[in-house]
Ligand binder design. Sequence first.
Ligand code: G3P
Length: 220
Amino acid sequence: MEPLVVVNHKTYETAQGDAALSLAKAIFAAQRSGIQMVSVVSAFDLSSVAKNVSGLSVWTQHLDPVGFGSNTGHLSPSTAISNGATGTILNHSECRVSFEHVRAVLEMLPNDFTTCVCAATVDEAAALAALNPDFIAIEPPELIGGDISVTTADPGIVSGTVVAVHAVNPEVRVLCGAGVKTGEDVAVALKLGAHGVLLASGVTKAEDPTAVLQDLTSSL
Ligand code: G3P
C-alpha cells in the first residue's frame, strides 16, 4: 500500500466550510501515483467535500459507537458512511475516548472502511494494535501544533511504536504526526518505519498550502 499523507482539518478556520472544500481540492491535487492523500474533515463538511472532490479519501475526525436513535450530539458510523466518509481517525489527543469506545466503533465498521487510531505513547499504541485497526498514528501531545516535527524531536517514539505495534499485530501500519511540515519530515518518517504522516497546522496555517503539499509529497 502506498504511503499516506493525512491532513486533519481540525476546526481551523482555514479548513472549514468553503475553505474546507478549497483545501480538500488542493490536497487531492497533490495526489499522484504512489501516494494516497487524505482529508480529515469536520462532520459539518463531510458531505460537501465527499460530493465535490470525487476520488479523494475523506475521513471523519471522530465517531461514536451509536446507531440510529436517541443519541443526541453523537456521530454515527453509518451516517458518516452514507455521507461519503471512507475512513476515520479515532482517539485523537484532542478527542480522547476509552479503549472500549474504540473497540465498539471498530466492531461496527465494514472492512473496506479505513480506521486510524491515535496513540500518545508506545504502550498505548501497542495496546490499541490488538484491536486491529488499519493504522495506528503515534502523536506525542506536547509536540502537536509545534514547530519541531516528531521525527526530529523524538524519532525513537516513531521507530519504537513501529516495533511495538508489529510485535502485537504485524498487519497494522503506523503513521506519525505532530509538527510535521516538510517533505524532509515525511522522508524521515518513512525511514523510521512509518507508513505515512498525519498533520494539520503545517498545511492549515500555511500561507500557501499548495506549495506545502507539493513539498510534503516531494520525497515520495
Ligand atoms: O492530527 C494531526 C495532529 O494532531 C498534528 O497536528 O498541527 O502538529 O500537524 P500538527
